[in-house]
Design a protein around this ligand. Structure first.
Ligand SMILES: [Zn+2]
Length: 220
């Protein structure tokens, strides 16, 4: 946080407005509304800092934190739309399906750790270290579930960006599965809708993977 505090004093350059894309340690592109900069700093400062090193763009506004230069440099022309407003600043960890699965797993006697980084660029939603099992809970929308993911081409001012983003998300999912497997973890990816419709079945998949059943079937 020291870098941020130092940079906070330099308030001489205009801040960018609208949405910017911030890449965190996992090369995850996060669209951040700059008007929520405080939130950005609370949530992502550590990740962003690693990327941007000492490049900081000072802020003019006395109540605004400075923005990393490379954040400004990475600005993509996302247009703020009424339809997309609810997506800004969304929860990315401990989502409702994640919480539901955790509760069900705990009831079933499983003990786990949350969000550990098991490899560079690979942070499962939870792991069962005893079984060397990594569990990801994938939101149907963001991870492009075959049943609930978007099938129609993207429309609107951000269509191209949405398409790119979803492709990146899918690539990242495949990459983190592989990273985990490379260091000897079994991977179970569970769709949000599996948790919502039948959480016991989702727990059953985790149990089966712990018992080493249907190897290969766990990783989607
Ligand atoms: Zn789904």
């Amino acid at each position: 946080m020291m870098v941020a505090r130092l940079a906070w004093r330099q308030r001489f350059a205009p801040i960018p407005t609208g949405f910017v894309t911030v890449y965190d340690n996992d090369a995850v592109a996060n669209e951040v509304d700059v008007s929520r900069c405080t939130r950005l700093f609370e949530a992502d400062i550590e990740c962003v800092r690693a990327r941007v090193a000492h490049e900081w763009q000072p802020s003019l506004h006395p109540h605004h934190p400075p923005v990393p230069r490379s954040v400004a440099a990475m600005t993509e022309p996302w247009k703020s739309t009424t339809e997309g407003r609810h997506l800004a600043g969304r929860v990315k960890v401990s989502t409702q399906p994640e919480l539901a699965l955790r509760a069900a797993l705990h009831r079933a006697g499983f003990r786990f750790r949350l969000h550990p980084r098991i490899a560079k660029g690979c942070t499962p939603d939870l792991v069962l270290p005893r079984h060397r099992l990594a569990v990801f809970v994938d939101g149907c929308f963001w991870h492009g579930c075959p049943q609930h993911g978007r099938k129609a081409p993207w429309t609107g001012p951000n269509a191209e960006l949405w398409a790119q983003k979803m492709t990146r998300n899918a690539e990242r999912d495949a990459r983190s599965t592989k990273l985990a497997q490379d260091v000897g973890w079994t991977v179970v990816r569970i769709w949000e809708h599996e948790v919502r419709t039948d959480v016991d079945a989702a727990v059953g998949r985790v149990r089966a993977a712990c018992l080493g059943e249907s190897p290969g079937a766990e990783a989607r």
